[in-house]
Design a protein around this ligand. Sequence first.
Ligand SMILES: Cc1cc2nc3c(=O)[nH]c(=O)nc-3n(C[C@H](O)[C@H](O)[C@H](O)COP(=O)(O)O)c2cc1C
Length: 210
Amino acid sequence: MLSKLGFINCDVVEVLLTTISAKGEPNTAPMGVWIEMGPRLALRPYQETQSARNLEVNREAVLNLSQDPELFLSFAFKEELRQLQSVEYISAKTVKAPRLSGANAYVEVSVKPKHSTEFVTPFREFLCAVQHIEVTSKFPLAFSRSRSAAIECVIYATKIRALHNTDPITVKHLAHQIGEHYALVERIAPQSPAAEVIRKVETLLPKWIK
Ligand SMILES: Cc1cc2nc3c(=O)[nH]c(=O)nc-3n(C[C@H](O)[C@H](O)[C@H](O)COP(=O)(O)O)c2cc1C
């Protein structure tokens, strides 16, 4: 079932990860996930993310599958774009962390930290055991270059936010990449929601790039 949803060996898929805090508050963030150790999945949130903190205290999560760039944008920049959010959570079947209403599929997982002794990293690594999978979308989605370009731009912007004080060269490169992706989407789908997402990303950048 996981492979039918696009989770295949040697690749990373991007999901909207729902977790809950010690106080029971739900949180959603875009996160990369990959297959590791047979049927288990792995993910690697930065130490300072709410997702990492939540997974330390509540070892369960839902991987919400979506290709909607607006969702990736609004959950990557919750502080900066409060007005974008109209989140509806629904109960999961097997875990306390909720599902995100409207996602195309849900993978409910229990989570445990992966104690890597190799080197100290800014990440926390977790292994996920699948508890339950549910597909809600009747139809497969066609590939869209503009959707994928917009989600790529959201990732670049999160990296710019993380690196703006320490790595100006990478930040400059990432900003250039966002410009290139925007040029593509302007050419192929200027009226699309994806183009609008990249325009919103560009409005955020002056906070971090002087
Ligand atoms: C597609 C996509 C994938 C991402 N993957 C990761 C990841 O694997 N690890 C991570 O720490 N941040 C990742 N990010 C950035 C986080 O989503 C972002 O920092 C977010 O604000 C964290 O939210 P939180 O503090 O609520 O957990 C990704 C962002 C996007 C758009």
